[in-house]
Design a protein around this ligand. Structure first.
Ligand SMILES: CC(C)(COP(=O)(O)OP(=O)(O)OC[C@H]1O[C@@H](n2cnc3c(N)ncnc32)[C@H](O)[C@@H]1OP(=O)(O)O)[C@@H](O)C(=O)NCCC(=O)NCCS
Length: 169
C-alpha cells in the first residue's frame, strides 16, 4: 500500500463521500443486488467499517454489516469494497480486507460471508459456500457466495437465512 495512505474507522460524516465512491466504482445498478437488500434495514455504517484515505481524501472503503444466519448472531456480511478507480492495484483493497478480518476476529466475529469474486477473495482465505447453505433472500450466483471462518468449525454453527440485525450494530 502507498505510504501516504492511512486507514481508520468510518464515521457518519464519511457516508456521502463513500456513496459517491460506490457510484463511481459500481454504478447505479448496484441497488438491485441481493446483498444490498440485506443491508437495507441497517444503519449505513457499523464499528467494523473501515476506510483508507490519502491526504485526507477518501481512497477506498469497506463495509461490514452485522447479520444473523438462521437467527444466530456472530456473523458479518462484508461489502461493498471499493477503491477509487485511479488507485486500483496498489494494495489498498488488500490492506482494508486484512485489517477488517483482524478487527472482526478481535471483536469475536465467528464467520464472514460476502458476494464477490473468488479469485480476489481467496487470497484472504475465503472459499465458496457449500450449496444451499446460506439463503440471502434473493438470487445470488452460488459461485460468488463466499465465506471465511474466523474460529475453527464456525461453519457448522451457521445455516439458513442471512438477515440484517440492526440490534447488533
Ligand atoms: C476489486 C477491488 C476492491 C480490489 O482492490 P485493489 O486495491 O484495486 O486491489 P489490490 O491492490 O488490493 O489487489 C490487487 C490484486 O487483486 C487482483 N484483483 C483485483 N480485482 C480483482 C478481481 N475482481 N478478481 C480477481 N482478482 C482481482 C489484481 O489482479 C491483483 O492481483 P496480484 O496481487 O496477484 O497482482 C478494486 O479494484 C475495486 O474497487 N474494484 C471495483 C469495485 C469492485 O468490483 N468491488 C468488489 C470486489 S469483488
Amino acid at each position: 500500500m502507498p505510504p501516504a495512505v492511512t486507514m481508520r474507522s468510518v464515521t457518519a460524516a464519511d457516508i456521502p463521500a463513500i456513496e459517491a465512491l460506490h457510484d463511481r466504482a459500481f454504478g447505479p445498478g448496484r441497488y438491485a443486488r441481493t446483498a444490498y437488500h440485506i443491508r437495507d434495514g441497517l444503519p449505513s455504517f457499523s464499528p467494523l467499517c473501515q476506510l483508507a484515505e490519502r491526504e485526507g481524501v477518501l481512497a477506498a472503503a469497506l463495509r461490514m454489516a452485522p447479520v444473523t444466519i438462521g437467527g444466530r448472531a456472530g456473523a458479518q456480511l462484508l461489502g461493498p469494497l471499493a477503491v477509487e478507480p485511479p488507485l486500483k492495484g496498489l494494495g489498498i483493497g488488500k490492506a482494508l480486507v486484512v485489517d477488517a478480518l483482524a478487527a472482526a476476529r478481535q471483536a469475536g466475529v465467528q464467520i464472514i460471508v460476502l458476494v464477490g469474486d473468488l479469485p480476489y477473495y481467496e487470497r484472504f482465505g475465503f472459499t465458496v459456500a457449500p450449496p444451499s447453505r446460506f439463503d440471502l433472500g434473493g438470487p445470488v450466483n452460488p459461485a460468488r457466495l463466499l465465506f471465511i471462518e474466523l474460529v475453527p468449525n464456525a461453519l457448522s454453527q451457521f445455516r439458513g437465512l442471512v438477515a440484517a440485525e440492526p440490534a447488533l450494530q
